[in-house]
Design a protein around this ligand. Structure first.
Ligand SMILES: Nc1ncnc2c1ncn2[C@@H]1O[C@H](COP(=O)(O)OP(=O)(O)OP(=O)(O)O)[C@@H](O)[C@H]1O
Length: 568
């Protein structure tokens, strides 16, 4: 773990060393002060000139301040670079994860790893490490100078310092555990809030604001409780340090006073010694804080590494690598979403020849969307063979496979940006001409004409909100620009109005003339047009045929057609 932390620092080691050296010079200037104070007092006693020692003291203060400020600026800079590096790597990994892993991780918790945990890393890597190094320097320096002044008093001091060290060592593991819990609690709170935001409209429509506020509030309270535990243990460590220094002060004052009385020690030395004693407080405090920060950093590191260590997928898929339509074949495919999940595909077999329109229909939960997820290899099937163009999809490289497919999700999300950016999302290199053709084919020209800035109008959250039908046609245009050899289209379940439905039907029929189209159909229009209908039922294929064939031959299809598809 410490090795991982150091790996983050390696690229910045020279700036860190420079910052550290400046910090040490600042500390040295600080260390010189009690000694200079002693000379001032001595000069005072001997009626000598105070100018020299006073100027020295002033210079030490100024140099110390400037150098320390420069050192801490360098540290902060490094800190920002470390956070940037950690965030880049983490985001890079998150966007390359496999869908199955993302299902398991909570988005809110992932967010808190990118935002919160990386910030904690920064504290330990810069202030934590450097302050600790300079604290050790100050501590050793002060102890050496104290030894030069009076060995007996140093012994009294060290006895107390050792006791504090022991106590702090005892408390540290508890701080570490509490710290880890605290960070997890913050991640959990993020996850709970994210869930509420995802279902924002449902929360409002259900009048569930208060309940959700309470749930997120509860998670926030758990985070607070864990934070309080950390604070409790940290202040215990802090207060025992403070107490120890006070005890040492009294001890040194008593013993030192007696030694001054017996003439074994000068008053000025006792004053300087006492000043050094108080100088010890800051570095000891810094060391304790450095240790706490190290625990925070290690806990954060662990949460960041957990994500970084997950396997990623190759990305950077070139679009439009071929023009021949693809045939699809499922051969006794078996699949479940996880070892502890029920079987979703229990021997699914069907064949789709290249080109034309094929509809997947069946009751909800039959496993239709899962067919698409397996074709895109969002998940790996456990049994049977899926082949495209006669080739097992496991033999396709992921990039090659996804480049050949166009995928339109049921919810057809609009991404941030302009309409044009949305359309070119899957094929940034498409020409203006191709873009125009896709717009005309998907009947989006009306929409473009209506928008204030045409294609350059911002859409989605920050811009014009598109209707369900428009979003779906944007998604189809986006998929088409990729020149897919197989288009996977998960029809939205929401009812489109008659005009939109007609447009969509025309678009699908046109596309099916050129490429293979596989549609998960919820509407009669799509099904009656289809060259082939695959009827799925509870994880298997029940029947295959045209609409008329199935109406004639299959009971379930007739029933579905009667209710779901408004049979003609
Ligand atoms: N990501 C997932 N993780 C775990 N289980 C899932 C996941 N996606 C779907 N399932 C489960 O797999 C089963 C089949 O789901 P699928 O989405 O393929 O059905 P469907 O036929 O498309 O249904 P619908 O018509 O309602 O969309 C369901 O029981 C569902 O709960």
């Amino acid at each position: 773990m410490i090795k991982d932390l150091l790996a983050y620092l390696r690229p910045h080691r020279w700036i860190l060393v420079a910052g550290g050296v400046l910090g040490l010079i600042g500390s040295a200037a600080g260390l010189a002060m009690p000694l200079l104070a002693k000379y001032v007092v001595d000069a005072f006693g001997e009626n000598g000139s105070m100018a020299g020692p006073l100027i020295g003291l002033t210079v030490a203060v100024l140099v110390g301040a400037v150098v320390s400020a420069a050192g801490s600026y360098l540290m902060e800079r490094t800190g920002e670079s470390v956070v940037l590096g950690a965030r880049r790597r983490l985001v890079d990994r998150i966007l390359r994860l496999r869908v199955a892993d993302v299902d398991r991780l909570k988005p809110g918790d992932l967010l808190s790893r990118v935002t919160g945990d990386t910030t904690l890393l920064r504290a330990v890597l810069t202030n934590g490490v450097v302050d600790s190094v300079s604290a050790v320097f100050m501590l050793v320096g002060a102890i050496v100078l104290m030894a030069a002044m009076d060995g007996t008093l140093l012994l009294v001091t060290l006895l107390v310092v050792v006791v504090i060290g022991g106590l702090t060592g005892l408390v540290m593991p508890r701080i570490m555990r509490a710290q880890k819990d605290a960070q997890e609690a913050v991640g959990e709170m993020g996850a709970v809030l994210d869930r509420a935001l995802q279902a924002y409209r449902t929360v409002k429509a259900s009048g569930a604001e208060e309940r959700e506020i309470a749930v997120v509030g509860g998670a926030a309270e758990r985070a607070r409780d864990r934070g309080l535990q950390v604070a409790g243990w940290t202040s215990l460590a802090g207060v025992s340090t403070w107490m120890a220094v006070q005890i040492a002060f009294l001890g040194v004052l008593g013993v030192g006073g007696a030694r001054v009385a017996s003439g074994a020690l000068e008053v000025s030395s006792l004053i300087a010694f006492l000043l050094y004693l108080f100088y010890l407080v800051a570095p000891i405090g810094q060391l304790v804080e450095g240790a706490v920060q190290l625990q925070q950093g290690l806990a954060a590191m662990k949460r960041i590494k957990e994500v970084e260590d997950l396997p990623g997928e190759p990305v950077g898929v070139p679009a439009g690598t071929g023009d021949r339509p693809l045939g699809v074949r499922f051969d006794d495919v078996v699949f479940r979403y996880g070892d502890d999940r029920p079987i979703v595909h229990d021997g699914v077999s069907f064949e789709v020849p290249p080109g034309g329109l094929t509809a997947l229909v069946g009751p909800s939960g039959a496993g239709k969307s899962t067919v698409f997820a397996l074709l895109e290899r969002f998940y790996e099937h456990q049994g049977g063979v899926i082949s495209l163009d006669g080739r097992d999809i496991r033999d396709w490289s992921l990039g090659e496979l996804r480049a050949a497919l166009g995928y339109v999700e049921q919810d057809a999300p609009v991404l941030a940006g302009t309409l044009k950016e949305n359309l070119l999302f899957a094929a940034p290199d498409a020409t203006e001409d191709e873009l125009r053709r896709a717009i005309v084919r998907t009947r989006l020209d009306d929409l473009v004409a209506r928008l204030p800035d045409g294609l350059d109008t911002a859409v989605g959250h920050r811009g014009v909100l598109l209707s369900g039908g428009e979003r779906q046609r944007v998604a189809i245009a986006r998929a088409l620009l990729r020149k897919p050899r197989l288009l996977l289209l998960d029809e939205a379940t929401s009812q489109l109005d008659a005009v939109n439905e007609l447009r969509l039907r025309e678009v699908i029929a046109e596309v099916a003339a050129e490429t293979t189209v596989l549609v998960i159909a919820h509407r009669l229009s799509t099904v009656t047009n289809a060259g082939r209908i695959v009827l799925m039922e509870s994880g298997g294929v029940r029947a295959i045929g045209t609409h008329d064939e199935l109406v004639g031959a299959d009971e379930l299809y007739r029933e579905l057609a009667a209710t779901q598809f408004l049979v003609s």
